[in-house]
Structure formats: C-alpha cells, structure tokens
Design a protein around this ligand. Structure first.
Ligand SMILES: [Zn+2]
Length: 657
C-alpha cells in the first residue's frame, strides 16, 4: 500500500519512472529542462501524464463496462484517502489510494467515479511506480490504464483528483451554510460515494477505510472511525487522521467538516461483552443543548438490540450527527449516523412523549442497521430488504418491548395494512428487484422494501416460532459478520435453526407483488374433521390457524387447495393466528358470526378488522362485526374499526354531489 507518509517517496519514484520513460521515448518532455531532477514535481507529473498518454495511444479505444456494475477481475482490499476540504469553497481535493488484488493481467482497472476530475494517477506494482491514465467514462466509471499489463496479484491505484461540493445537492459530499457558517456533510447511500472519491462503490466490496481530512484550523472533522491524530500544518490548516475502519461498503462511509458542537453522552457499556462504547451527538454550532433526548434514546434502545441479536454493538464508537437537510430521514453510516436535525434534536419544551417515542423508533432503526446492513451487508442492491426490512422489523420489536406482551405487533400490523394496499395496487413492485442503472438505483429505497420486507419477517417469525426465528437470525449474523449475505443465506440460517426450509415462501413473497387471499372451511364428518384451505392466487403461504379446540397450528399452502385433518370439530376458526401472516382471510357470514372475539389477541382482532374492511362478499356480516369491534378494549382496534365504518359511508356521501 501507499500510506500518507510515503507520499514524498511516491513523488520521487514517479520522477525516476518519468525520467526512464523520457530517456526511452525521447523528446517529448525536453522542453522542461529540469525533468528528472526532482526540482519541479508538478511539471514532472504533467509530463508523466503526457508520456503515459503517448505510450497508450495505441491502446484499444476504451469500451464502457457492459453493465452498471464494475467488471470482474479487481477486488479492492483497502481504500486510503486524504481529503483537503474548506467548506467555504465549492471544490475539494482528494488523494485516493486503493489496494487491489487483480485476478489476471490487465492494462485497465475500472473503479467508480462520478463528477470527479482526476489530475494525476500512478499504479504501484511490486515496488514499481507506473504512470497511468485515469479517464472518466459513462458518468459512473474511471478507467485506469497503464502502458503495460499489470497483475495478477496486488497493486495500488493512486489517484489525485478534484471533486465538487454543491450547496444544492443532498447526495454525495455537499455543503450548507448554517447560521452563517459553512459545513460539509455526506450522504453516500446507495451509489453516491463515487462523488467523493474514486472507489469500488458496490455493497459487496467491503474494505477497511483509512481517512484523513485537512480542514481550516477553526473547523473540525468527523468520520466513521475515531480521530487518532491532528497535525498542525502551515497555511492555517490542520490534518485530522482517523483510525482505519472495520470493513465497510463505500455507501456506509461518511465524513463531516465544520465548526461543530458536540454533546457528549455517557459511554455505553455493552450488555454482551461489557465493552465501553463512546457515544455523542454532533450538531451545528450552538445546538448541542438540544441533543439530550437523542442520548437518552440510545441508552434505551441499544441494550435491547444487543439482547435480541446476542452480538455486542459491532463498532468502536457511536455518533449521531444532525444535518440541516437530509435526502433521507437518517442514514446508518457505521459509527456515524446522520439524521435530519429536526428528527434528532429537540428543545426541552418539544420533548413530548410522541416526539421521544418517534426518536427511539428512529434510533432503533438506524442503530439496528449496525447489525443488519453494516455488520452483515446485502451482497447486491436487489437484497436491500435484508437491511431495510430487518431495521424496520427490529425497531418495531424494540419499541414493542415498552408495551404489555398482549399489545405487541399492533404497529407492525398497521404498517402491513398500508403496504398491503399498495401491494394490491397497479403501482406495486416486488421487494427484490435488481438495480441496473442510476435511474433504477433511485428505487432501491422504495417503501415496499421496508414495510413488506418487515411484514415478511414478521410472518416468518410467526410461522417458524419466535425462538427458532431468533436462532436463525443469530446464525445469519454469526455466519456473515463483517461480510455479505443474500436472501438465500438468510433462508439457510432459518432452516438450520427451525428444521423448516422457508426458501419457497420467502421467494414467493419477496420476488412477486400482490397479497394472497386464503379461505378455509371446516368439514365435520363423523369419521374425520377436515380443514379445507383454498387460495386465490398461486403463492406459497404459511397459514397458521387457531380454533376453540386448539391454540395454534400451521401448514404451507403451496397448491390451489389443501385438506388438513383436525383433531375435533371446532365451534369457530381463525385463519391468521397471531395476526402475523401477510395474507387476507376471506370470511363467510357464518364464520364471522361464530367467532369468539374475546378469545382473539389484539393483534388478531386488528388483523380481523383489516380483513373485514377489505372484504367484498358478505358485506352485511362484515359491517355488523365492525360495529362490534368499535367497542374493542384495544384503542388501535377500535380506531381501525371506526375508520372502516367511516369509509363505508364515504362513497355514499360523495355520490350525492
Ligand atoms: Zn434504514
């Protein structure tokens, strides 16, 4: 690798390499008489680029990679970057060095870059420094060409470049003026790290990142890792060096520069390994006093996340950074979560129960990502639900722990209902969908990935059982920690823990749109009792039921119909036990009339309300049941039933106009 202290050596080596090229190619650089003396590095560098270009002129014309992703053949091992940032300026300078492992000899290595101007590139191989040409191409790529093939084996790409700091954009690195002072912030997810540096900007490329940032003396800088050194430099600047990070995908790297204030929280002591984890909130100048609630929310949710996963918080520190604006509400950059300030900071008078609950939910989601997304990262964008679905699901679970056990899942069921309505609409799209272009990448964070992803996890947990599911999740985290995973990896872990293979169910719900509907009839004959199940769509549905005679039983409905033998003839049947299934139950008038509402949990009654609201047939029976449910002791059920009755009236009112 080429670390910062070797910079001068690299420049000297570049001069030597250039001199050798001069002597062999001759003439090209003779108009610079001091070439090769080391007296004028800038001129030498310009000359090296010229020479590299002349040596490469016979190379084949560059062809854009055929896909949106980088061609195979180069694996990044480490990104080391030094940035020079003055938030008052609209450009910044960078020096990126990427250690790569090359699978075979090549004269072109591709990396990602967007809106970056390279001005000096060399490649180091086996101690040799080779001049190289860096050519931006297609808006997403930088082709780094050498005159002769390099590899197989290790090489280091060293690129000096200039990037832009927009005061309008909210993606990539950008700057904003807050109360008279300029700040620089970043939002890289999903594909915007390439605006800050040439890099391998895909989720499966996880490397350590060693970051240094040169800033004006009165500013400071933050990043994913701890500051380890600050070097005062001439010209009113200082260089802040950060420790190398754990392996991270580019999209989870972050930095911030400006005259920040900090609100120090108490160290968090892991409930798993006792380690002390420093925690604080970083705000624009003058706003630290609004950060108390954020620190208290962390203290509330972090132990619950550790307890569920069985894995200690995976990174050395935890910082919450308030941004004046955010493309998203918050982004889970490892160790340095960025939030829209109005979602993170609260004046004491605004610390209402509703605001504090929303803050705990948001932090539970973002800190939850440190296991689901940061520690274990989806291998490709099509599995982003493994981050967002899990973070959504576990934040509901963490907040549910503040409620009596019988009141759990109600928030998740309300979210599921909203996403079911979308999933049945003409605008529906599947949870898993590849991102094959910059345009398609904007759909990576569609709400279906969050809410249907979370609803599928709730269904899997209900079907496989809470203990089996948690065992599978822990196996998944252990098996892919500081690495990547796919939907099939999660399925394999759940199968190992439960003995049941959920692959077909997962793909049926994640790869397709739509909400299945299930109908069940109990046929009581003297010799045997049968539950006859039917589905309308072709899906693979784990159906769980309860009756007055049995607490709970499940089957997988993977055909148009299936008969299940019951032990006795029940007085009533409820076809979505626990209310966890992602499907509608089609109720008959007789089944509704037979139901014992007081034997159903609040989650089951809320699911029933939503089924009755959606039901097309037997409307009179559905209406009568909703009227009963308006008196439900659970406020969430009562409100949903009332909303259902209100919506029955709405079309009649409209038709009178
Ligand atoms: Zn998220």
């Amino acid at each position: 690798m080429l670390c910062a202290t070797h910079a001068a050596a690299v420049e000297r080596a570049l001069v030597r390499a250039t001199s050798r090229l001069v002597s062999t190619l001759g003439g090209v650089c003779r108009r610079w008489p001091d070439i090769g003396t080391g007296a004028d590095v800038a001129r030498t560098t310009a000359c090296a680029t010229l020479l590299a270009a002349s040596a490469l002129f016979a190379a084949p014309v560059l062809q854009l990679p055929r896909s949106f992703t980088l061609p195979e053949g180069a694996i990044p091992l480490k990104h080391t970057v030094e940035l020079t940032i003055d938030p008052a300026r609209d450009t910044f300078d960078g020096w990126m060095r990427i250690q790569v492992d090359l699978a075979k000899p090549t004269a072109i290595v591709w990396v990602n870059a967007h809106d970056i101007t390279p001005h000096e590139t060399v490649v180091s191989v086996n101690g040799r420094i080779l001049p190289a040409l860096a050519t931006p191409l297609g808006g997403e790529f930088l082709a780094i060409q050498t005159a002769e093939p390099i590899g197989p084996g290790p090489a280091t790409l060293s690129i000096r470049y200039r990037g832009r700091l927009s005061d309008k954009a909210l993606l990539g690195p950008y700057r904003r003026k807050v109360e008279g002072a300029w700040y620089v912030y970043t939002t890289f997810t999903p594909i915007e790290a390439r605006r800050a540096f040439p890099c391998f900007d895909e989720p499966h490329f996880k490397t350590p990142w060693e970051i240094s940032i040169r800033v004006p003396r009165n500013d400071t800088a933050f990043s994913n890792a701890d500051q380890i050194e600050t070097l005062e430099e001439p010209g009113g600047v200082k260089l802040i060096r950060f420790a190398p990070t754990e392996v991270l995908p580019a999209e989870l790297v972050a930095f911030a520069v400006g005259p920040f204030d900090t609100y120090p929280g108490p160290d968090y002591h892991s409930v798993i390994d006792g380690r002390a984890i420093p925690m604080r909130v970083i705000t624009a100048k003058g706003h630290a006093s609004e950060a108390r609630a954020a620190v208290e929310a962390t203290a509330a949710v972090l132990p619950r996340l550790e307890a569920y996963t069985g894995v200690a918080y995976p990174f050395p520190k935890l910082e919450h950074v308030a941004l004046p604006e955010e493309q998203f509400t918050a982004v889970e950059n490892a160790g340095m979560i960025t939030y829209r300030a109005k979602s993170l900071l609260f004046e004491p008078s605004a610390e209402t129960p509703a605001n504090l609950r929303a803050l705990r939910l948001l932090e539970a989601h973002e800190i939850g990502h440190h296991w689901f997304g940061d520690l274990v990262t989806q291998a490709d964008w099509d599995d982003t639900w493994l981050s967002e679905g899990f973070a959504t699901w576990i934040s509901d679970k963490v907040l549910d722990q503040e409620l009596a056990p019988e009141r759990r899942h109600l928030e998740a069921i309300a979210s599921r209902e909203r996403i079911m309505n979308f999933d049945n609409s003409s605008r529906a799209r599947p949870v898993r969908r590849p991102a094959t272009s910059r345009e398609a990448s904007t759909g990576i964070y569609h709400r279906v990935i969050y809410d249907k992803g979370a609803a599928v996890l709730t269904m899997l947990e209900g079907w496989l059982g809470e203990d089996n599911f948690r065992g599978g999740v822990r196996d998944y985290l252990a098996g892919h920690r500081f690495a990547n995973a796919t939907t099939d990896d999660l399925a394999a872990s759940l199968r190992a823990a439960s003995g049941v293979d959920p692959s077909a169910v997962m793909h049926a719900f994640l790869d397709k749109t739509g909400v299945p509907s299930v109908r069940g009839d109990v046929r009581c004959a003297r010799e045997r009792v049968t539950l006859h199940l039917e589905q309308v769509r072709a899906s693979v549905i784990p159906v769980c039921w309860k009756t007055d005679g049995s607490s709970r039983d499940c089957t997988v409905l993977d055909a148009p119909s299936r008969d299940v033998v019951l032990a006795s003839c029940p007085a009533w049947l409820y076809l979505n036990a626990g209310g966890t299934g992602y499907y509608r139950t089609a109720w008959s008038a007789e089944q509704i009339a037979a139901l014992s509402l007081d034997r159903l949990t609040p989650a089951e009654r809320l699911t029933l309300v939503f089924d009755l609201r959606a039901q097309k047939n037997d409307r009179a029976a559905a209406h009568a049941e909703l009227v009963k449910l308006v008196s439900d002791p659970e406020p969430a059920v009562m409100r949903a039933a009332q909303a259902g009755l209100d919506s029955e009236k709405a079309p009649a009112q409209n038709s009178s106009h």
